[in-house]
Design a protein around this ligand. Sequence first.
Ligand code: PEP
Ligand code: MN
Length: 337
Amino acid sequence: MIIIMKPQATEEQIGSLCQDLSRQGMQVQRNAGVDCTVLGVLGDVAKLDPHDFLIQPGVERVMPVSEPFKKANRKFHPTDSVIDCGGVKIGGKEKIAVMAGPCSIESEEQALRIAQGVKAGGATLFRGGAYKPRTSPYSFQGMKAEGLELLSEAKKKTGLPIVTEIMSIGHLDLFEDVDVIQVGARNMQNFEMLAEIGKCRKPILLKRGLANTIEEWLMSAEYIMSGGNENVILCERGIRTFETATRNTFDVSAIPVLHNLTHLPVIADPSHASGKSSLIKPLAKSAVAAGADGLMIEVHPEPSKALCHGAQSLTPDAFDDVMTDVKKLCEFENKTL
Ligand code: PEP
Ligand code: MN
């Protein structure tokens, strides 16, 4: 971190700031320029908040020179992390993982039928919601614990690892058989939840918050990783913008930006990003072309009757069609499913 002092900063102000930084365990390099003094701060600067220094007398500007995330940072871990999700590896340069299933589990028959359908289409993980974060309290809230049991049943019958969202840390014990725990967009900054799931060792699928920057998202990954759980997968699911033609705006650039900044795998969710089934194919293809390590796609046999997110759900046939193109792109990229 670099602190630029005001030209009129007094020796006393500079000295007291240097002492304060040393007390916090930092090394300070003082550079007296023609107009002003510049302080180079070395050490574990991640624990310092640059804003705290702006209110110190005599300080003109503070410039962080390194990212505040350490464990997620590619600088300290140059190779891609590959995360074992119940036997399916996510991350690295060789494979694309596809997790697909209904927005919410609705019945035993529905769960099994979709799990078998998406497996036949090439999905490698089955994803379905048991606890649903709905904007309205009057909307279907998911089958909850019963939904988790139906997911387990589908896993037993198809062999596909299961992915599902956690809404409360109090439910963690019920997630024993879950292979990948999803933290949804609305909980991306539920810091207590992030710290708690950082204590377990299950893969965590961390979705991007509705209006969060890439750095905030990586800091949330850092919460999980600093607890000891390094198995974090990031999921771009669209962000809020002024555009209303789509449910959210799919930030495809987040994929290569993240690959530069972090070693963690990055997958894309064209379903929640667009809100429209007709847009899933082009967005899924754009994500794979941008280097995504996987996709999350919502599938329902009768989208018009789905209890949640029917408009963005593909029928199993439409899913097969998307997968045909995704497979072609994978070949082109020298990757396999
Ligand atoms: C979901 O994955 O079903 C979901 C609600 O997504 P998000 O948290 O991205 O809105
Ligand atoms: Mn959904």
